[in-house]
Structures are given as structure tokens and as C-alpha cells.
Ligand binder design. Structure first.
Ligand code: 2DE
Ligand code: MG
Ligand code: MG
Ligand code: MG
Ligand code: MG
Length: 323
């Protein structure tokens, strides 16, 4: 099985999700309709809906309910990106201008809020209190992660623990609950729900670790945004903090200088080269593979099925991807 086949198998259901998404972001009010449609057209891998649908197969697959969860989670993901681009002052995403760049920060904040509210309206159709508890707690934790990240900007003395907690909150949680909620609304057994949650969490960690590597080694053309964005924002990712701990004296000094001057843009290219050479990329990718391994072990505990193999493929793709 390959990735195309996975999408092919889910095509009919994903198309319905796409329809519901465009319906949800299509308000009467003209400026919002433009910003939201702009976002939707930028596309994306729709990973969260895919996780919801595949996880739903481990219980009683009921498309109506699964769609509501999938649409809601994808909308939340979109809302976080609109807000994130304001905070990160990002001009492009997925090769297009961000809402904040095309309109402005104020419009972007309310577009994000609007989409978040749409997400809540969508999931309100589900009557299980547990679902709402899980979702709201996760959004709170995502916000905490972003605040932590702001406080740690340009801070060269960070523990691996801090970094891991941050990427858990910013990425892994939403993937974990995509699997968890897909299974819960399908009435899957508690142990299956737990394994799927853990799978989503490990895959999310692996995903963000590779994302942080790609930010350093990727090309703008493929990434849809400039390489080195994290460093430019002062966000110290694992390859950089690895270099701060294990690089030679000159390498460490160069990065320290950059952080002390709070990001002299002209130094970024050189620092990227240093980080690429100092072994932090290999170290981070290796950690990403360890999370991949854990994700696979969780899958081993699930009943053998084609959905389980699809989840396996997705996990592998995430670590090998280049975009
Ligand atoms: C992307 O991280 C950030 C994701 C989490 C954002 C969470 C927010 C709080 P990056 P890229 C904004 C919750 C807000 C809601 C629910 C509206 O590393 O590289 O900046 O894709 O990602 O910019
Ligand atoms: Mg960002
Ligand atoms: Mg950010
Ligand atoms: Mg990133
Ligand atoms: Mg990203």
C-alpha cells in the first residue's frame, strides 16, 4: 500500500469532508468569505481528517459523526495556522500569501476566531460530553505551548524536555486527539482508543521533529515558505540546541552571538550551514525515527486490518517526507 492508495480508498469520504469544509468557511459576510476561502484553496494534506476516518474503522464506522469530528479538527488546525502566522509574522504558507500578509493582522485574528467558532459549531452536533472535554482541554494546552514558545524565544539554554513538551502541545496533541476522537465517536473499545491516541501522539512528535529539520535543510520552493524561518523568529528547535550543546567552540559562539543580538538576519544563512554540519540534523532525525518506532509498536497492538496498515504507511511517510 502506498500513500496514493490510502487517499484513494478514502476519496469518497474525504470529498464529503471537503464539501463540508467549504460550506463551513463560506459565510454570507464577504471579507470573511474571501479570507476563509483563500485558506481552503491553499489545500494541505488533510492529515487530521485522514486520522479521524481511519480510526473510526476500529469501531462502528458512521460517516456522519466522523465527518463532524474531521471537519471540526481540520477547521481548528486552520484557525491555529491563521493565528500562528500573525504571531510568527509569516508572509507565506503552502506557497501562498498568509491571511495576515494579504489582508492584515486584525482581519487574520478574527478570521481565526471565526473559523474556531465554526469548528465548535460543527462538533456541537455530537452529544458525547467526553468529546468536548477532550477538545477544549487540548486547545487550552495548545495555547499554553505557544506561550511557552514565546517565553523561550532566543533562549539558548533549553532542556530537551522543554522542547519536547512544546512540540507535543503545538503539533502532537491535535494529531493524537484526531485518532482518539475518531475512535471514541465510533464506540471503539477503551484500549483501542488508548492505542490510537498514543499512535497519533508519537506520529505527531515524529512529524514536528521532521518539520523542524525541514525548516533547516528544506528549499523554499518545496516548503512553501523560506528556509530558516524558525531561527529567524528566534525559535530554537532541536537541531539548533543540539549544536549549542555539541558543536565546537566556534560553532557555539556563532549561535550564541546570534541569540544575544536577538537575531541578526544576515547571520542566518551561515548559522544554518553550521547547524547542518554539526550533526544536529542526524540526531533529530534519529529521534524522529524512535517516535516512529513507538507509533508502529502501538499499531501492532491493534487488530490486523487494512486501516492499521494505512496508519503504518502514513507514519513512515511522515518521517521520510520532504515537505
Ligand atoms: C504551528 O507551529 C503552530 C501550531 C499551534 C498554534 C496554536 C495556537 C493556539 P509553527 P509553521 C495558535 C490555539 C489557537 C486556536 C485554537 C485558534 O512551528 O512552521 O509556527 O507551520 O508552524 O508555521
Ligand atoms: Mg509558524
Ligand atoms: Mg509558531
Ligand atoms: Mg515549522
Ligand atoms: Mg508546519
Amino acid at each position: 500500500m502506498n500513500l496514493q492508495q490510502i487517499y484513494h480508498n478514502l476519496k469518497k469520504d474525504l470529498e464529503q469532508i471537503e464539501e463540508d469544509l467549504s460550506f463551513a468557511v463560506n459565510p454570507e459576510y464577504q471579507p470573511l468569505r474571501q479570507t476563509a476561502t483563500h485558506l481552503l484553496e491553499a489545500g494541505g494534506k488533510r492529515m487530521r481528517p485522514v486520522f479521524v476516518l481511519l480510526s473510526g474503522r476500529f469501531g462502528d464506522y458512521e460517516l456522519t459523526r466522523l465527518k463532524q469530528v474531521a471537519v471540526s479538527l481540520e477547521l481548528i488546525h486552520m484557525a491555529t495556522l491563521v493565528h500562528d502566522d500573525v504571531i510568527d509574522d509569516a508572509q507565506t504558507r503552502r506557497g501562498r500569501l498568509t491571511v495576515k500578509a494579504k489582508w492584515d493582522n486584525r482581519i487574520a485574528m478574527y478570521t481565526g476566531d471565526f473559523i474556531l467558532a465554526q469548528a465548535l459549531a460543527e462538533i456541537a452536533k455530537i452529544e458525547q460530553a467526553e468529546v468536548h472535554r477532550i477538545l477544549s482541554t487540548s486547545i487550552m494546552r495548545m495555547c499554553l505551548g505557544e506561550i511557552d514558545q514565546i517565553e523561550d524565544l532566543y533562549n539558548g539554554d533549553q532542556h530537551l524536555r522543554q522542547y519536547l513538551r512544546r512540540i507535543k502541545r503545538k503539533t502532537a496533541l491535535l494529531m493524537a486527539i484526531s485518532c482518539q476522537l475518531g475512535a471514541i465517536v465510533s464506540g471503539a473499545k477503551p484500549e483501542i482508543v488508548r492505542d490510537l491516541y498514543a499512535y497519533g501522539y508519537y506520529v505527531g512528535m515524529a512529524f514536528q521533529l521532521t518539520d523542524d529539520v525541514l525548516d533547516i535543510v528544506g528549499e523554499e520552493r518545496v516548503l512553501g515558505k523560506p528556509a530558516g524561518s524558525d531561527l529567524l523568529q528566534g525559535n530554537i528547535t532541536l537541531p539548533v540546541s543540539y549544536t549549542l550543546h555539541h558543536g565546537d567552540a566556534a560553532e557555539k559562539k556563532m549561535i550564541r552571538n546570534y541569540l544575544q543580538s536577538r537575531g541578526e538576519v544576515s547571520q542566518v544563512e551561515q548559522i544554518l550551514d553550521v547547524v547542518r554540519q554539526a550533526g544536529g540534523i542526524e540526531y533529530t532525525l534519529d529521534l524522529s525515527k524512535q517516535y516512529l518506532q513507538k507509533a508502529q509498536e502501538r499499531l501492532d497492538r491493534l487488530p490486523d486490518s487494512s486501516e492499521r496498515e494505512s496508519l503504518r504507511m502514513i507514519a513512515e511517510f511522515i518521517v521520510r517526507r520532504s515537505y
